[in-house]
Design a protein around this ligand. Structure first.
Ligand code: THU
Length: 136
């Protein structure tokens, strides 16, 4: 259950993570906060690279932090990006998140710089997805 207090905490983590973003090429700074099944929140920021395709998204960093902490299931992610448009996780990140959640209940919250928010389930953003259960 994503209470207002929890969402506020996730927003604070994502905003702090965004401050740490390394985005000298796109100048598009992103912060993410991933809520683990155990209630802990893991932050991540985008980290770009002079060899452009080697950059990593904020969501990927948050997933790595969660897995490193021994948590393998997530309940929700909150992503903060720049500008008026709410950021949505890129296609690759949707699939990465899919690995560690139930897409029908996992919530993706997107917040813009003004604090305006939109939310979806992962199933809405990545319908009929391929996941671990498909593998024998
Ligand atoms: N980016 C993220 O970190 N997460 C997303 O969901 C979309 C895009 C980053 C990648 C790159 O560093 C910058 O935003 C511009 O694409």
């Amino acid at each position: 259950m994503l209470t207002d207090a929890l969402q506020a905490e996730m927003l604070a983590v994502a905003r702090a993570a965004r401050e740490a973003s390394y985005a000298p090429y796109s100048r598009y700074r992103v912060g993410a906060a991933l809520l683990g099944a155990d209630g802990r929140i893991f932050g991540g920021c985008n980290v770009e690279n002079a060899a452009y395709p080697e950059g990593v998204c904020a969501e990927g960093g948050a997933i790595s932090a969660m897995v490193l902490a021994g948590v393998r299931k997530a309940q929700a992610v909150l992503v903060v990006g720049a500008g008026a448009h709410q950021i949505t996780p890129c296609g690759g990140c949707r699939q990465k998140l899919r690995e560690f959640c139930d897409p029908h209940t996992f919530l993706v919250l997107a917040v813009n710089e003004d604090g305006q928010q939109q939310q979806w389930t992962l199933e809405q953003l990545l319908p009929h997805s391929f996941g671990p259960d498909h593998l024998p």
